[in-house]
Design a protein around this ligand. Structure first.
Ligand code: BES
Ligand code: MN
Ligand code: ZN
Length: 493
């Protein structure tokens, strides 16, 4: 884990393995690159010219032994034309600076964000650095593990212009906590399903009691039965892995202050059950617990930031497996709410486990409930992997989440939640069916959940398209939307 902090020296006098400074397109210099150029009597500008440095976001150029500069290395990074960086570009800048530092095998870099909106840029650069230094080798063999080049970068100290000094400490704290939350979510997600079982998720939650002071309750099958979560339990019928219902509480607000409740889908593996999925890419379904992983990441970050808020994380964890005991299409179950559900497709299991958690959430008399789930392939078809689907019963809640998504480039697109879609869920044998037709699949899934979220303001985030990358060198969990939700929590009130 990288140690991030703030520092105050002049860029040219900063002692570190390297100082990193932004340069615009057209090799235009602003603070702090100007300072480096002045101190080096124009050597910086000359080097940029000689290297034909493009200055575009993502461009990076290491320079060495500039006269008049205390650090022997200067990492120049491009910031494009604008005076302030977008969240996306700022993250890229953090990434490339970290990659360059690792390539040079150095440990300690003093990073100077672009002068304007420096605090916001710093926050995104933290996430970029952390992303570039993320490794997952827990399930590699011993020989491969020993060979994994661990990132050499250990310390990043940010130098900010005077005007940013006041806002910087709290922003840095939140950004670093957010990075820790993202790393944790990715770690849990990238573990395979034979490691990351529902019981393991329960254990990981318990660990947060010790390390982060959260109040954690982990319920087993017996306790889940006692709560009457018949819909949740119907999904566990085919699996030999015992389910868990996990409650994490951070109570930093006033006593009696209505909490914000996060609910995460934690299907540690989704085979589809008797409505079995095809073999191709079925391994992706180890990431069907990324909603839960997001809740873990947010709770960890919240416990580090310590806002004056009450925040609750609920995780419903189980496997969806076929077997002689598994739920059969047409089976009817009674949810905790008392509403009955005809399970027409056992692969629509996410809504079956979430609906009971949404009912459980009522006991908190929450100010808002936000569930996060890799819920539908239809959402991936609709929005791809750029935006997650957002459904909400309250415009203010929706707008706040949308704004946090924009700010962190961890984006959402609002989708409709309307009564007219409910009809498709009608059943002749129960209060509702668990699936409608193919049309508007992400919306009808949300409408199913809506029937259990009538007693509070509610938002549903369908992250099926954004939670992981399914192929290529970057195959793995993304940690989305931890950054957006941490920003949302920090901004409440
Ligand atoms: N976990 C899947 C959704 C999913 C699909 C996540 C692709 C990530 C990538 C969910 O449980 C599921 O199987 N949904 C079905 C619902 C259908 C049966 C109505 C789907 O999307 O096909
Ligand atoms: Mn499924
Ligand atoms: Zn699923």
């Amino acid at each position: 884990m990288i140690d991030f902090s703030l520092r105050t020296e002049h860029p040219a006098n900063t002692k570190a393995d390297a100082v990193a400074v932004p340069v615009h397109e057209g090799q235009k210099l602003s603070w702090p690159a100007q300072e480096i150029d002045k101190a080096s009597k124009g050597a910086l500008a000359a080097a940029l010219k000689a290297a034909s440095f493009s200055g575009r976001p993502g461009a990076v150029l290491p320079l060495f032994n500039l006269p008049g500069v205390a650090a022997s290395r200067v990492i120049v990074y491009g910031v494009g034309e604008a005076n302030a960086l977008s969240a996306k570009d700022a993250r890229t800048c953090g990434r490339v600076v970290a990659l360059s530092a690792n390539e040079q095998s150095i440990a300690d870099v003093a990073v100077f964000p672009l002068g304007e909106e420096a605090v916001a840029s710093m926050s995104q650069m933290v996430l970029g650095v952390s992303d570039a230094c993320y490794r997952f080798d827990e399930t590699k063999g011993r020989a491969a593990k020993a060979k994994t080049e661990t990132p050499t970068l250990k310390r990043v100290r940010f130098g900010l212009p005077e005007s940013a000094h006041k806002a910087a400490p709290s922003a840095l704290k939140a950004a670093v906590a957010s990075a820790h939350g993202i790393e944790f979510a990715k770690y849990l997600g990238n573990l395979p399903a034979n490691h990351c079982t529902p019981a393991r998720l329960g254990d990981e939650a318990k660990k947060l009691t010790k390390s982060h002071g959260l109040k954690v309750t982990v319920m087993d099958r017996k306790q889940i039965e006692k709560l009457g979560m018949g819909s949740f339990l119907s999904v566990t019928n085919g699996s030999d892995e015992p389910p868990r219902f996990i409650v994490m509480e951070y109570m930093g607000g006033k006593k009696g202050q209505a909490p914000t409740v996060f609910v995460g889908k934690g299907v540690t593996f989704d085979t589809g059950g008797i409505s079995l999925k095809p073999a191709e890419n079925m391994d992706h379904m180890k990431w069907d617990m990324m909603g839960a992983a997001t809740v873990f990441g947010v709770m960890k970050a919240v416990a580090e930031i310590k806002p004056k808020q009450n925040i609750v994380g609920l995780v419903v964890a189980c496997e969806n497996m076929p077997s002689g005991k598994a739920t059969k299409p047409g089976d009817v179950f009674t949810s905790m709410s008392g509403q009955t559900i005809e399970v027409l497709n056992t692969d629509a299991e996410g809504r079956l486990i979430l609906c009971d958690a949404l009912t459980y959430a009522e006991r908190y008399k929450p100010r808002a409930v936000i569930d996060i789930a890799t819920l539908t392939g239809a959402c991936v078809v609709a929005l791809g992997s750029v935006n997650a689907g957002l459904f909400a019963t309250n415009d203010q809640l929706a707008d706040a989440i949308l704004a946090s998504g924009k700010k962190t480039n961890d984006r959402f697109w609002r989708m409709p939640l309307e009564e007219d879609y409910q009809e498709a869920l009608n059943s002749n044998f129960a209060d509702m069916a668990n699936v409608a037709g193919r049309e508007g699949g992400a919306i009808t899934a949300a409408c199913f959940l809506w029937r259990f979220a009538k007693k509070y303001d509610w938002a549903h985030l369908d992250i099926a398209g954004v939670a992981y990358k399914g192929a290529g060198k970057e195959k793995g969990a993304t940690g989305r939307p931890v950054a957006a939700l941490v920003d949302y929590v920090v901004g409440i009130e």
